[in-house]
Design a protein around this ligand. Structure first.
Ligand code: OGA
Ligand code: MN
Length: 197
């Protein structure tokens, strides 16, 4: 995998790029099916904002259910998703010199009626997340389903969470939100760090 010139330029100048076709339709569909199974098995849990925070307040801010995956517990399709994000990390390092060394992987489900308020994934200067990469897993997505990712570039850009679409952005730079979803919305997100974990 490698980044093309327009992806490198978009990342530097606008802070993000999009790519349609990251996993392949088959792997994207298998990953969605696995996410649904994990949800049914109770593995996806309400995401919290602050440790010990008020759960109800948290639910006003973000309504998704998530699970974190480590390389060891990524099985089946998710193992291939892990490998794909590893390739992306190498490609970004070669193309954009970000010096990324590790990442966390999260699976998220937004049930109908849920959203995530405007936020940033990291703050400048933190020894923290450098790059966010999200692949969407929604083959039946339609405009009336909402759930767009709104990137403040600073002009708002709405990204439709269509199956196998990858969005990559600088975690410290771009504020963003998830508009209310009207359908079940699944995604896998990797956060890349410039340190080893
Ligand atoms: C997040 C987030 C965006 C999306 O989990 O921090 O902003 O489109 N997700 O799922
Ligand atoms: Mn975010």
């Amino acid at each position: 995998m490698s980044l093309n010139a327009s992806e490198v330029e978009a990342l530097g100048e606008r802070g993000y790029f999009l790519r349609d076709g990251f996993l392949g339709a088959e792997l994207a569909a298998a990953t969605r099916a696995q996410a649904i199974e994990l949800g049914q098995a109770g593995v996806l849990q309400p995401a919290g904002i602050r440790r010990g925070g008020d759960r109800r307040l948290d639910r006003d801010i973000r309504g998704d259910r998530i699970t974190w995956l480590s390389q060891d517990d990524a099985r089946g399709p998710l193992k291939d998703v892990w490998a794909r994000f590893e390739e992306l990390m190498r490609a970004v390092n070669e193309g954009a010199w970000l010096g990324l060394r590790s990442f966390d992987l999260q699976l998220a489900h937004y049930a109908p009626g849920t959203h995530y308020d405007r936020h940033r994934d990291a703050f400048p200067g933190d020894d923290n997340r450098r790059l966010t990469a999200i692949v969407y897993l929604n083959p039946e997505w339609r405009p009336e389903h909402g759930g767009q990712l709104r990137l403040f570039t600073p002009e708002p850009v709405d990204v439709e969470p269509r199956a196998d679409r990858l969005v990559v952005f600088l975690s410290e730079r771009l504020e963003h939100e998830v508009l209310t979803s009207r359908a079940d919305r699944y995604a896998a997100t990797a956060w890349f760090y410039s340190r080893a974990r």
